[in-house]
Design a protein around this ligand. Structure first.
Ligand SMILES: *Cc1c(COP(=O)(O)O)cnc(C)c1O
Length: 390
């Protein structure tokens, strides 16, 4: 049999983060003392009242198909969240609940992009964006940024990259992998360029609630009705409610785009899990006090890791203003990111993600969604490794 793999699938790069992760897990399983900085999820448990709401729904037999785009109760709670927190008015029909924020991104790209289209993605980028664009048959156009500009794209840089083929610009603030947060003024300026050029914006705001040092998040959709018309806001329950395994995300879009995504979803995944959606209602409408505790803890770790990394000769790191990652520059060590991470894991049993996975080979990603004890131990080892290179 000739198992010819479709061009669509064959064009994908396998996930480097998963490769590192599985190697680290194997080493752990072999009894080795591995410190993992690879985590892309909070190390806290889902708050109890959310689990209770889900368990109750399950016990009551809420186990059947729901509308493909989510239960009305949840879509309403999401519309209320946008009104309350972002000053954005959406009808529930403009809200689509999907199987994770990743799925929301994918559906947005699939609904708006096709062969011949270009999608502008700032690097360092979340590693799934370019692959999703390729799956849609469109072309990722990467805009390079460095730590010198805090990994921010300027309006002029964006304007220069836009061609008649540009369909979509992907904005992710707060950012995975860099922790960068655009100021409200910067967000507005980026939005203005997209409006001027007739380009849609996919605004991935999944880290909206994870902010430090007084950083402010403002959705690009919220500056004017025109900004809202040009934007699809993507969000999810994974990060601020620690619900990664629940597979629940959502988006808010202009009516025609929401309608197209509803159709795609109705023929692919159908509805997100019924009883999980009841948990999500509790996440949005219940108490949010867990967040304050998590932020205090995250910020303490971030501050420690930021200072420790900058004390190591050959490493420099700008501080993160959001999310739970640092993205130190390792070019002073003379190594590129893949070799750096492979040798670090080999020599010191510390797992970090090579920046090349995010389109930035002079950096590595350190997740501080792990205990302070692990961070101290892991960074001591990282320092020993870097010093051993001299
Ligand atoms: C975690 C993450 C998502 C969504 O993750 P899901 O588990 O699919 O909800 C989306 N965008 C970015 C940048 C992320 O880091």
């Amino acid at each position: 049999m000739n198992y010819r793999i479709s061009q669509r699938a064959a064009s994908l790069s396998p996930s480097l983060t998963l490769a590192i992760d599985s190697k680290a897990k194997q080493m752990k399983a072999d009894g080795l003392d591995v410190v993992g900085f690879g985590a892309g999820e909070p190390d806290f448990d889902t708050p109890q009242h959310i689990k209770d709401a889900c368990a109750k729904a399950l016990a009551e037999g809420f186990t059947k198909y729901t509308p493909a785009s989510g239960i009305p109760e949840l879509r309403k709670a999401i519309a209320d969240k946008f009104q309350r927190e972002n000053g954005l008015t959406y009808k529930p029909s403009q809200i689509i609940v999907s199987c994770g924020g990743k799925h929301s991104c994918y559906n947005t790209i699939l609904a708006t992009c096709q062969e011949g289209d270009e999608v502008i993605i700032p690097a360092p980028y979340w590693l799934s964006y370019p692959e999703m664009v390729k799956l849609a048959g469109a072309k990722p156009v990467i805009l390079e940024t460095t730590d010198k500009t805090e990994f921010k794209v300027t309006p002029d840089q964006l304007r220069a990259a836009i061609t008649p083929r540009t369909r979509l610009f992907i904005l992710n603030s707060p950012s995975n992998p860099t922790g960068t947060v655009y100021t409200p003024e910067e967000v507005k300026a980026i939005g203005d360029v997209c409006i001027e050029k007739g380009v849609l914006i996919l605004s991935d705001e999944i880290y909206e609630h994870l902010l430090y040092d007084g950083a402010q998040h403002k959705s690009v959709a919220s500056f004017s009705p025109k900004h809202q018309e040009h934007t699809i806001v993507v969000h999810g329950f994974a990060k601020a409610w620690s619900m990664t395994g629940w597979r629940l995300g959502f988006l808010a879009a202009p009516e025609p785009v929401a309608k197209a995504i509803d159709a795609i979803q109705s023929h692919s995944t159908s509805n997100p899990t019924s009883f999980a959606q009841k948990g999500a209602v509790a996440a949005l409408t219940g108490p949010q006090d867990h967040l304050k505790q998590w932020l205090t803890e995250f910020s303490k770790r971030r501050q420690y890791a930021f200072q420790k990394l900058n004390s190591i000769p050959g490493i420099s790191c700008v501080n993160a203003k959001g999310a739970f990652y640092l993205f130190p520059n390792i070019s002073g060590t003379g190594l590129k990111s893949t070799e750096f991470c492979a040798r670090l894991l080999e020599a010191e049993k510390v797992a970090a993600v090579p920046g090349i996975a995010f389109g930035a080979d002079d950096y590595i990603r350190i997740s501080y969604a792990t205990s302070m004890a692990n961070i101290e131990k892991g960074l001591e080892r990282l320092e020993r490794f870097v010093r051993s290179l001299k």
